[in-house]
Design a protein around this ligand. Structure first.
Ligand code: KIV
Ligand code: ZN
Length: 506
């Protein structure tokens, strides 16, 4: 069994752009507990009163996991950790001190002997409160191996139960990191009774590979973070570690307690809280992680999933594999998607639709289901909404807009105020058409280089937990482009609803 030690709320939260308030930290901690991690490193209580309070609150609330607090080998840090963890059912303290000569000389300005003394003091103090004590020799991977043996021997005697080996600066390659773990296991007296943990930073993009190399050499705990967030280039990504161990169980022969179907929800929660999206091609949780684009791949997937799929999307929380239709898609992929949408076409009709589909795909990057429905049922549905005009008065106090649009046969004129003109337009239209949900993604970029560049707006609207709509629009005026995108999204929704109604009646 591999223990998953999540440090999203500590190592992750301390990196720029990922700060969270107490309420957000608690929300994420509850989700981590649901995910089934073994340890939540909730923060560094002596860093600030807010850090203290969030560790205290998480310790009080999350009773099924070990709640861990970070502390340097300073009395004040360890006292704060103890106080913050008072109400924890399973309190854990993580003490650390730097051990590389670079850090000892330039940062701590102490000798190796003094570092050992401080480490032992820290462990004793933490141990007086809980038997769950982790020790980290910071910058272990650039430390002298002989000195690592000395300090680890001393802290094992002082009573730690877990030895963590940080690759603080992300300098290691998998072979070297695995070799270090193997070396310590062989040479540190008493280490057999310890859990050995990995903590790898991603400066060379090797954090996950290094952690897994550690597992191969006997590490049984992995410190990692959701979406791989953390100092600089981040930490080992929890979702990648867990799915690598699960998917390649034949190789690693270990399992974790993680409920993998919660991985996507946890990743999304973190993104929502911090406003930092994961890249589309991010392994496991990126929106393209299970989307197949090439025609050959789509054909293979439709015949037999294992041709191009090593994990089931459902296992990580996606609803299903996405056959993402684009100009690269083939007739097979198109027919399959139409079937899923309840549209069964005779081969000759499918051929005709395929020609139209290719023509559209040449012009349009994303082909949505609604486009397919329109193509294959041409003439059956009319666009219900059309943007007529937008009038904006905008300044430092916010924006006032008046928007005019067609809805069916009627022309609607509505007004709204908001912080900016685009959100005001959305507010006005959404209120009038009683559209539930919220805007979850908005992108606008210039698609021509001239000064009067055409802006391409792309939006995603989350109607409820399962329903997401997309739309896009283009104009030289960014507010108009955004307005067209919103109207496009409403038309997609309308087409889909009409289609669903027809299916129910049939
Ligand atoms: O990267 C690091 O060395 C750390 C320690 C505090 C474990 O985050
Ligand atoms: Zn770290």
């Amino acid at each position: 069994m591999i223990k998953i030690f999540d440090t999203t709320l500590r190592d992750g939260e301390q990196s720029p752009g990922f700060a969270m308030n107490i309420r957000q930290k608690l929300l994420l901690a509850k989700q981590l507990e649901k995910l089934g991690v073994d340890v939540i490193e909730a923060g560094f209580p002596n860093a600030s009163p807010e850090d203290f309070e969030s560790v205290r609150l998480i310790a009080e609330t999350c009773q099924k996991v070990d709640v861990c607090a970070l502390a340097r080998c300073h009395e004040k840090d360890i006292e704060a950790a103890i106080h913050a963890l008072k109400e924890a059912v399973n309190p854990r303290i993580h003490v650390f001190i730097a051990t590389s000569d670079i850090h000892l000389r330039h940062k701590l300005k102490i000798s190796r002997a003094e570092a050992i003394k401080k480490a032992v003091m820290g462990v004793h103090m933490a141990r007086s409160f809980t038997s769950r004590v982790d020790f980290s020799p910071e910058d272990a991977t650039r430390s002298d191996r002989g000195f690592l043996i000395d300090i680890l021997t001393a802290v094992i005697e002082a009573g730690v139960d877990t030895i963590n080996i940080p690759d603080t600066v992300g300098y290691m390659t998998p072979q070297e990191y695995g070799d270090l773990i193997g070396f310590l296991r062989k040479n540190v007296p008493g280490i057999d009774a310890m859990i050995i943990a990995t903590h790898c930073h991603n400066d060379l993009g090797l954090a996950v590979a290094n952690s897994l190399a550690g597992v191969m050499q006997g590490a049984r705990q992995i410190e990692c973070t959701i979406n791989g967030i953390g100092e600089r280039a981040g930490n080992a990504s929890l979702e990648e570690i867990v799915m690598a161990l699960q998917t390649r169980k034949d190789l690693y022969q270990v399992s974790t307690n993680v409920e993998t179907t919660q991985l996507l929800a946890t990743s999304h929660l973190l993104s929502q809280i911090t406003g930092q999206k994961v890249q589309a091609n991010k392994a496991i949780v990126g929106k393209n992680a299970f989307a197949h684009g090439a025609g050959i791949h789509q054909h293979g997937m439709i015949s037999e999933r294992s041709t191009y799929e090593i994990m089931k999307p459902e296992d990580v929380g996606f609803s299903s594999t996405q056959i993402f239709l684009s100009k690269h898609s083939g007739r097979h992929g198109l027919g399959h998607r139409l079937n899923e949408l309840g549209i069964d076409l005779q081969p000759d009709k499918l051929d005709q639709v395929f020609i139209k589909f290719k023509a559209l795909a040449d012009k349009k990057k994303h082909i949505y289901d609604e486009d397919l429905i329109l193509l294959s049922t041409e003439g059956e549905y009319q666009r219900k909404y059309e943007l007529i005009s937008v009038h904006v008065v905008s300044g430092t106090q916010g924006a006032k807009i008046q928007v005019s649009f067609r809805m069916g046969e009627s022309v609607i004129n509505v007004a709204a105020e908001d912080n900016g003109p685009i959100t005001a337009v959305y507010k006005a239209i959404a209120t009038h058409v009683q559209l539930p949900g919220m805007l979850t993604e908005f992108n606008i970029h210039a698609c021509t280089p001239e000064q009067e560049a055409l802006g391409l707006a792309y939006i995603t609207w989350q109607e409820d937990e399962k329903t997401v709509w997309q739309g896009h629009g283009a104009d030289t005026d960014s507010v108009m482009a955004a307005g067209y995108a919103f109207i496009d999204m409403l038309n997609s929704r309308d087409v889909r609803q009409k289609r669903e109604d027809t299916r129910h009646l049939a």
